[in-house]
Design a protein around this ligand. Structure first.
Ligand code: GAL
Length: 621
């Protein structure tokens, strides 16, 4: 018989053993048809996307804490291959790219992580997150059953998984990572890749499983995801989604809280009432994992914006705004929603919902386990408020709303009724500094360094390897005096066709015209009047990209730049001269980039109280 002291020691020993067991072996993460199962328990999980390189390490703890305060259980992030391996085999995990630090901070806050490795990520990120050097590997075809591509994808995936394992970051090792994603929405575009798509996705699944992370893998928007991959839904609404096996839980990996901003586009806005409705509908109809894309969108720093024409701000109208401030009432209303859903968790994880109609556009779902009962009542009519009878009581359901009853009787929240504060932040305007505090540097027109000459027009991305957004195309052409006459009083024109995304044309050093594509159609086709002189003329075309394509079948081959034709039309007697196959001279990048002007530190800045005007190309600070 043990005395009291002995019993106490035994209890402490058992506890210690438990702690040690958890530390060294971590928790088991599995799934069944209802939910992700952590340590033997089914869970209702609320998740939110925060992409670590879209904010600064100084911001991370605060963003994570605000996510926790907002009722999140999980933080989701993609992994950005191009940042981590800008040059093949040369890795960077410093500063904003410090993935390990980010994951550890999430763990310190007591939250889980969903690591979406991809490594194709889409994400409005330059080239979908692929490093450009991939494109130049001989024989490579991206995102299909192609050996050189698969070798690189496997190498990077293994690199990331190993990094996480070394730091014990998988839940199976006692860390916060409970889920991982391979590929991204391939099912949306796989038809274009023919039969190779199927074998690629099967390979991707088994390659992922062979990583032995000890936690489940998901594939989003991939209805044929092979077992044991969980296929998940992305969209504004996912309540109608069902996974491809009755052994998999219903999961929503991207609930779009707003949308990304394109240059020239409207600033996106999604009302919180609609998000809350969509989330409640999802949980009403059997969902148990839901992720907000984005919870904090942040900023596309440097040249990371995808495209074409995706803006620097990635605010996304998310619950935390670009600067990390609470966006109210979005953040607060969703917090209230999460509390209401969590009150239903015991009933929700115990059983499947019993879904019945309460009338036209009216639906009830009851989770009744015997010991716990929770109900969701939905009015999916977009205009009419309706009173319904449920379990002998009547409930007023506003149009397009869900009421949540964690005890099957009392409504704790209706998604259309906002109780949280409506706080509209006020921004103070500050006038720009006096003009005298501005600095400038002129950028020369045309070739100034490292040029090469070839016959014909070159596609831009293959030429620059995306080292810069800019490529000069320069031509020196001789015109006879009788060619340069204007015909019928109409001017001679320069006609330029480009795959995009924008261009400026200079003839004999003077700006002749410009053209710019749009996010919907990046191509540019312009005609501009030009004045040619008899004898030698210089044509300098500056082509620029505004974020490389990140989405679509074969998006990596979209191309950019002036691929022609380039013609001079309207010469004497109506002749057109095609310049496309002439000897063009090329220069990647601008002089200002070589001087590192974007960093703002070059000693060459000129400060002058009168700023130059009507100059073709100027850098301003
Ligand atoms: C999805 C994609 C995300 C992101 C989103 C739009 O299709 O998976 O990476 O691009 O669209 O913001």
């Amino acid at each position: 018989m043990l005395n009291m002291r002995g019993k106490e020691i035994l209890v402490v020993l058992c506890w210690l053993l438990g702690v040690i067991a958890t530390m060294s072996f971590g928790v088991d993460v599995t799934y069944d048809h209802r939910a992700v199962v952590i340590d033997g328990k089914r869970r209702v999980l609320i998740s939110g996307s925060i992409h670590y390189p879209r904010s600064t390490p100084e911001m991370w703890p605060d963003l994570i804490q605000k996510s926790k305060d907002g009722g999140l259980d999980v933080i989701e992030t993609y992994v950005f291959w191009d940042l981590h391996e800008p040059v093949q085999y040369q890795y960077n995990f410093e500063g904003r790219y410090d993935l390990v630090k980010f994951v550890k901070l999430v763990a310190e806050a007591g939250l889980y992580v969903h690591l979406r490795i991809g490594p194709y990520v889409c994400a409005e990120w330059n080239y979908g997150g692929f490093p450009l050097w991939l494109h130049f590997i001989p024989g490579i075809e991206l995102r299909t059953d192609n050996e050189p591509f698969k070798a690189e994808m496997q190498r990077f995936t293994t690199k990331i998984v190993d990094l996480m394992k070394q730091e014990n970051l998988y839940a199976s090792q006692g860390g916060p990572i409970i889920l991982s994603q391979i590929e991204n929405e391939y099912g949306n575009i796989d038809a274009a890749y023919g039969p190779a798509a199927k074998s690629y996705i099967e390979w991707a699944a088994s390659m992922a499983v062979s990583q032995n992370t000890g936690v489940p893998w998901v594939m989003c928007q991939q209805s044929d995801a092979p077992d044991p991959m969980i296929n998940t839904c992305n969209g504004f609404y996912c309540d109608q989604f069902t996974p491809n096996s009755d052994k998999k839980p219903k999961m929503w990996t991207e609930d779009w809280t707003g949308w990304f901003l394109s240059f020239g586009g409207a600033v996106p806005y999604r009302p919180v009432e609609d998000i809350a409705f969509a989330v409640a509908r999802f949980f009403q109809r059997g969902g148990t994992f839901q992720n907000y894309y984005m919870y904090h969108g942040g900023t596309n720093f440097g040249r990371t914006s995808g495209g074409p024409f995706i803006a620097t701000s990635y605010d996304y109208d998310a619950p935390l705004d670009e600067y990390g401030q609470l966006r109210q009432p979005k953040w607060g209303h969703l917090k209230d929603l999460h509390k209401a859903i969590k009150l239903c968790e015991p009933a929700m994880v115990a059983t499947d919902p019993n879904i019945t109609s309460l009338g036209q556009n009216l639906e009830a779902a009851v989770y009744n386990s015997g010991s716990a009962c929770a109900a969701f009542l939905a009015n999916i009519d977009t205009t009419s408020d309706i009173t319904v009878n449920f379990n002998g009581n009547s409930y007023l359901l506003p149009a397009w709303s869900v009421s949540i009853l964690p005890d099957c009787k009392n409504v704790v929240l209706n998604t259309a009724k906002i109780n949280s504060v409506t706080l509209v932040p006020s921004f103070t305007r500050q006038s720009l500094k006096a003009l005298s505090e501005w600095n400038y540097i002129n950028e020369p027109v045309g070739i100034s360094k490292d040029a090469f000459t070839v016959a014909g027009l070159l596609e831009q991305i293959n030429t620059t390897a995306d080292k810069s957004d800019y490529l000069w195309y320069s031509l020196s052409a001789v015109f006879e005096a009788n060619e340069t006459f204007f015909r019928d009083g109409s001017k001679t024109v320069l006609h330029v066709e480009s795959l995009g995304h924008g261009l400026r044309a200079f003839v004999n050093g003077k700006l002749a015209g410009s053209g710019i594509g749009s996010s919907g159609n990046a191509k540019v086709s312009v005609e501009m009047p030009v004045e040619l002189v008899p004898g030698r003329n210089t044509i300098d075309l500056l082509s620029f990209t505004v974020g490389l394509q990140n989405y679509g079948a074969f998006y990596d081959k979209t191309g950019a730049g002036i691929t022609g034709p380039v013609q001079i039309k309207g010469l004497k007697n109506g002749t057109t001269i095609d310049l496309s196959s002439k000897q063009w001279t090329y220069q990647t990048g601008l002089q200002g980039e070589a001087l590192n002007l974007p960093s703002g530190n070059s000693p060459q800045w000129v400060s002058n109280s009168t700023l130059p005007k009507n100059q073709p190309l100027i850098w301003y600070k």
